[in-house]
Each structure stands twice: as structure tokens, then as C-alpha cells.
Design a protein around this ligand. Structure first.
Ligand SMILES: Cc1cc2nc3c(=O)[nH]c(=O)nc-3n(C[C@H](O)[C@H](O)[C@H](O)COP(=O)(O)OP(=O)(O)OC[C@H]3O[C@@H](n4cnc5c(N)ncnc54)[C@H](O)[C@@H]3O)c2cc1C
Ligand code: SF4
Length: 328
């Protein structure tokens, strides 16, 4: 199969159109998908030469537009991004390994395929590989969803998406039907056939973040089955905008979770219960009630009931970390 390396976005889009080719960024997932039959053999359009997808631009209001080729490492290590968007930096810095973070890109992370064992095994067919069923639903779905949104039960794999959904970030997409859309709308939990809504002829160009909140308190936490090089069972990104540059009570909160559903999820009840919480102090009864209410959100599969308490405890611990409240 051929690989081209255009330097112009228009040329890249033209090469993708009608050719069956797949766009490649860092290649850490696409290469494996092509090698293991998750995707049918296809020509590759290497995006890494396209300048329009590179760089971080800062607007007058202090907000950032981040090019899709920005590495996951840079999302966590760029000094200005770290200061402006601490929850994004902490989230990006916690995923995979240093080697993967150095190669993986923002766009590739958001658009990677899920980690379902059946999807990754060419011996099985499923909705995502041209079949008409989900073998994981009746089979081994230990790492599957606990919020059942549709026929496919594989959790959304992108850790960076969790943070971006907490920021209400907006994605710029080029190609057929090109437009800006919230990052949250890149995913459709009811669609069993694909992990994101972009077609192979569309290219993610950039992601825009809102103006930073001075003194934002932030945390990222994941529950994993082993300590390194592992996708999370449950993960949470917490952003707290507090009065007095970060030391006063919470004015607004954003809490997003991954590993539980086909899409990253915001937790509005938890967010509103946190308004008024004070840094360094254990949050009160409203927060505890909101945590208890997370069980109502869940619709576990036979083997994913363990994620109901895991979700509660991961969110609790993530929020407490962001508040700087230490348990005895
Ligand atoms: C040991 C290990 C642990 C990991 N743990 C985690 C984890 O905890 N959390 C997590 O999120 N990930 C994890 N990963 C996955 C890793 O983060 C992804 O493989 C990586 O982010 C993909 O980025 P990439 O640039 O290499 O994408 P590529 O492999 O190049 O592309 C991925 C997909 O996106 C498409 N694509 C890429 N860029 C664009 C674009 N600009 N426009 C349109 N389509 C595009 C490609 O066609 C392909 O389908 C882990 C990987 C490993 C090996
Ligand atoms: S439909 Fe989804 S959960 Fe089911 S086997 Fe395929 S990828 Fe896995």
C-alpha cells in the first residue's frame, strides 16, 4: 500500500477523497489497526507535513487554538498551556508512556479506535468490522461500559477527550461538511459502527479552548488494573474555578469522566453540588448526595458492576485532590 506525504491541507483532503486512504498522524494506533486487520488494507495519507495542522496560536483573550499535530507530550509540557489549562496538562501527562506521548498527537488521540479485545482480534466480526452483532455484550466485556448507550459496549478510548469535554473545547474539521463543533459532538454513543463521527475524508485541523480561568484548580485521576502503560478503567478530569484567584469558594465546576461510556461524560449534578465548596475543606452533604446519584446514571453489563463504586470513588478522590483536601 502507498503512503503519500502532502504538505498542503487541500492536497491532503483531495488525496483522501474517494481513494479509500486513511489519514495518519503519529501512527501509534493507525499502524496497529492496519497491521491487525481492524481496518482493511488502505493507502495512507501521512499528515505530518501539513503545516496548517501544526502549532499553538494564542488569541487576545488568552485562549488557545491547538493544532491537531501537537503531540500529547506538548499538551502536558508546553509552559503556557500548562499555566492556562492545568486540567488538560495533567490529563495529557498521565496517559500511556513517555514514548507514546512523544509520538501521539492531539488529533490521533481524539480519533483513535477503541481497545475492545474482539475488535482487535481478526478472528471476530462485530458492528465495527462489518458484522451485525456485538460479541462483547454477551462475551468478555470486563473493561466495557457501565453506562450503556447503545449496541457497542466499548468505552471511548481518548483520555485527552475527557479533559477537552471538561473545557467545552471546540474542534475545527476540514473536508466534506467542514465546520466547527464541540469536541463532545465528535462522538455518538448510540452509533455502534464507529468510535467518532468523522468520515475518513475529513481531517481534524485544530481544537480551540476557552479563555483561561485565573487560578483554576485542577486534577486528573485514573483507576487502572496495573500501574503503567495501561488504559484506565475509570478516569476523571476536574476543573474548579474558585474565587480569589483559586483560594476562595468554588464558583463553577466542570467534572468529566472516561472509561464508563461510549463517549466522555460530564457530570452536571456533581458540578452543581460543588459550587460553594471551599478549598482545603471536605465537600458537604450535597456533594455526597451527588456522588451517590452517580449509581442512577449507571446501567452495568453483567461484568461491569464493579465500575459503579469505582466511578463514585474515582470522582470523589479526583474532586478532593482538586480541592486540596487530604483525607486522614
Ligand atoms: C501502552 C499504551 C497505553 C496507552 N494508554 C492510553 C491512555 O491511557 N489513554 C489514551 O487516550 N490513549 C492511550 N494510548 C493510545 C495512544 O494515546 C494513541 O495511540 C495515540 O494518541 C494516537 O495518536 P496518533 O497521533 O499516533 O494517531 P494515529 O495512529 O496516527 O491515528 C489514530 C486515528 O486517528 C486518525 N487521525 C489521526 N489524526 C487525524 C486528523 N488530524 N484528522 C483526521 N483523522 C486523524 C487516523 O486515521 C487513525 O484512525 C495508549 C497506547 C499505548 C501503546
Ligand atoms: S461492537 Fe464494540 S464492544 Fe462489541 S465487539 Fe465490536 S468494538 Fe467490541
Amino acid at each position: 500500500m502507498t503512503t503519500t506525504r502532502p504538505t498542503d491541507l487541500g492536497v491532503a483532503l483531495a488525496e483522501l477523497e474517494g481513494s479509500g486512504a486513511r489519514p495518519r498522524a503519529g501512527g501509534t494506533d493507525l499502524t496497529a489497526c492496519l497491521a491487525h486487520g481492524v481496518l482493511a488494507p488502505a493507502p495512507v495519507v501521512d499528515l505530518t507535513g501539513v503545516d496548517d495542522l501544526r502549532g499553538i496560536d494564542w488569541r487576545e483573550d488568552g485562549s488557545a487554538r491547538v493544532g491537531a499535530l501537537t503531540s500529547v507530550h506538548d499538551l502536558s509540557a508546553d509552559a503556557r498551556l500548562r499555566e492556562a489549562y492545568p486540567a488538560l496538562a495533567r490529563t495529557a501527562g498521565a496517559l500511556a508512556t513517555p514514548q507514546v506521548r512523544g509520538t501521539a498527537t492531539l488529533g490521533g488521540n481524539l480519533l483513535q479506535r477503541n481497545r475492545c479485545w474482539y475488535l482487535r482480534n481478526p478472528a471476530f466480526d462485530c458492528f465495527q468490522t462489518g458484522g451485525d452483532a456485538c460479541p462483547a455484550r454477551e462475551g468478555d466485556h470486563l473493561r466495557g461500559v457501565v453506562v450503556d448507550q447503545g449496541p457497542c459496549v466499548a468505552p471511548h478510548p481518548s483520555t485527552v477527550a475527557v479533559a477537552l469535554v471538561a473545557y467545552d473545547a471546540v474542534a475545527e474539521v476540514a473536508g466534506e461538511g467542514s465546520r466547527e463543533r464541540p469536541v463532545a459532538e465528535l462522538y455518538d454513543g448510540a452509533d455502534p459502527f464507529r468510535d467518532h463521527v468523522l468520515s475518513p475524508t475529513q481531517v481534524l485541523v485544530s481544537v480551540s479552548l476557552p479563555a483561561p480561568v485565573p487560578g483554576e484548580r485542577a486534577a486528573y485521576l485514573r483507576a487502572t488494573g496495573r500501574s503503567r502503560a495501561e488504559w484506565p478503567l475509570v478516569e476523571v478530569t476536574v476543573r474548579l474555578a474558585c474565587a480569589d484567584g483559586g483560594d476562595g469558594p468554588v464558583e463553577t465546576a466542570a467534572v468529566a469522566v472516561g472509561g464508563v461510556a461510549r463517549t466522555p461524560l460530564r457530570l452536571p449534578r456533581v458540578e452543581s453540588a460543588l459550587v460553594g465548596a471551599v478549598p482545603g475543606v471536605e465537600p458537604g452533604a450535597a456533594f455526597v448526595a451527588a456522588l451517590d446519584g452517580l449509581a442512577d446514571l449507571c446501567s452495568p453489563l453483567p461484568a461491569t458492576g464493579y465500575k459503579v463504586p469505582l466511578l463514585r470513588e474515582t470522582v470523589r478522590a479526583g474532586v478532593e485532590r482538586a480541592l486540596g483536601f487530604a483525607r486522614d
